[in-house]
Design a protein around this ligand. Structure first.
Ligand code: HAM
Length: 424
């Protein structure tokens, strides 16, 4: 590694800085507002856990077996950096035993040692929710509606919702056995990796994109044919709920998703604005056995995660305008050292009144300050000079048109408020 590389972010990770971070602020705030309206509270869990917590997610999944960042701390503990949010939230549920239903949301970084490319990073951020303790398919519908509504809030058009049912504990073993026997019968020429996947978990073959495997995948038995009456009724109730809310969906029997914990409903939103290989913008499903597997009481659960970076990529590709991160007002100090604390006090008062205000520091010339005002992105500059102080007024300039007027000091807040609200 060259000295230059040492002081750059490692491969596959990114800084998120202004102005791009303005989009992040908007996305997280939009999600927080929507989650609150559905009765979800924020859950913040540690970035690392005992490795067993994540192994519960599925030892045969790529995320755990190949991509997890594992470390041993100075006390000899084996830890993993969080590769996804569900395991940590369920661990917190099992540890603290809140009264179900327990509905939480999160925004958190996840770590996966993936082949870094556009839309696929070694640290990515997810917004997500988890709802524990509810078996009713109404919650499946609510969780999907929350995510669909969030994308709508952001202007993320062109998403497709795919849904599937993974069956329940009763029916899954029969299906897995049928699938394994199909793959063993028809896939003996497909090599070691195929055989290994079939042995470990044949369902993980279904969503593979490996070209030579496609024929045998196409002809494989479908889980839908193996659903128990209860699983089928629940899946149908979810579909009826989505129809009632006018949320369009497609049933995708090959939607398996990357974790072993899924049971019954699974879903994924794909965006046409993303590259085909990374088209999933969000996904989730039920995990009705995970809490029990972590030593907790039997507790059904459902949730989703949606990648912040992918949302930003999709919004950019769709040309959805990012919110401005500039300030509303730039204050130009025409008093210099004779002004003492006058300008600082006025800036603070405006901020207290709810305006986003910036200023120059360090006794810059008035000319230099006007340049900064132009660059600040503010719509208005407020200038306080000796003449203005004498008249107990301020000069107010529209930075777009260059038009300047004088406003009494005591009327400044009212004037700025009226302008912001579109009255002038
Ligand atoms: P996941 O499908 O692995 O699910 O990830 C959820 C979302 O995170 C993906 O749809 C994608 O937008 C984003 N994502 C995943 N990996 C990367 C990456 N390497 N780079 C950029 N973005 C990425 C889960 O993690 C489950 N915990 C979701 C869930 C919650 N299921 C139930 N509850």
């Amino acid at each position: 590694m060259s000295a230059d590389d040492r002081f750059r972010a490692p491969k596959g990770v990114h800084d998120v800085l202004p102005p791009e971070s303005g989009r992040w602020t908007e996305i997280v705030a939009t999600f927080a507002a929507r989650a609150r309206r559905y009765g979800y509270g924020l859950a913040v869990t540690p970035m690392f856990e005992h490795i067993e917590v994540f192994q519960r997610v599925g030892e045969h999944t790529d995320v755990v077996s190949k991509e997890m960042y594992e470390l041993t701390d100075k006390g000899g503990r084996r830890l993993g950096l969080r590769p996804e949010g569900t395991a940590s939230v369920v661990r917190a549920y099992v540890q603290h035993r809140p009264t179900p239903p327990w509905k939480v949301w999160y925004v958190a970084p996840n770590f996966r040692y993936e082949r870094a490319q556009k839309g696929r990073y070694r640290q990515h951020w997810q917004l997500g929710i988890e709802a524990l303790g509810v078996e009713d398919p109404d919650i499946d519908v609510e969780v999907i509606a929350l995510l669909a509504g969030f994308y709508r809030d952001l202007g993320l058009r062109d998403t497709r919702l795919l849904i599937n049912s993974m069956g329940d504990a009763e029916t899954r073993p029969a299906y897995v056995a049928a699938l394994r026997s199909h793959f063993e019968r028809h896939g003996d020429a497909l090599g070691d990796e195929f055989a290994e996947r079939v042995a470990a978990n044949p369902m993980r073959v279904l969503d593979s994109k490996v070209e030579p495997w496609q024929d045998v995948i196409e002809s494989a038995p479908q889980l839908g044919e193996y659903l128990s009456d209860a699983a089928r009724a629940s899946f149908e109730a979810v579909q009826a709920g989505l129809r009632a809310l006018e949320i369009p969906f497609e049933i995708e029997p090959r939607l398996v998703r990357g974790f072993d914990y899924y049971t019954s409903t699974t879903f994924e939103f794909q965006s046409a604005a993303l590259d085909a290989a990374q088209s999933a913008v969000g996904g989730g499903g039920r995990y009705d056995r995970l809490a029990e597997e972590m030593g907790g009481p039997p507790t059904p659960g459902i949730g989703f995660g949606t990648g912040l970076e992918r949302i930003v990529l999709a919004l950019d590709a769709l040309g959805v305008e990012a919110p401005s991160v500039g300030v509303d007002v730039f204050v130009v100090d025409g008093l210099g050292s004779e002004g003492g604390t006058t300008v600082g006090t006025m800036v603070e008062a405006l901020r207290t009144d709810g305006f986003a205000v910036d200023r120059a520091y360090g006794g810059r010339s008035v000319k230099a300050q006007w340049k900064l005002a132009d660059r600040s992105g503010a719509g208005v500059a407020v200038m306080l000079g000796r003449d203005e102080v004498a008249r107990d007024a301020v000069a107010v300039k529209d930075l777009a048109t260059g038009e300047q007027i004088e406003v009494p000091r005591t009327g400044l807040v009212a004037w700025l408020t009226a302008r912001r609200d579109g009255a002038t």
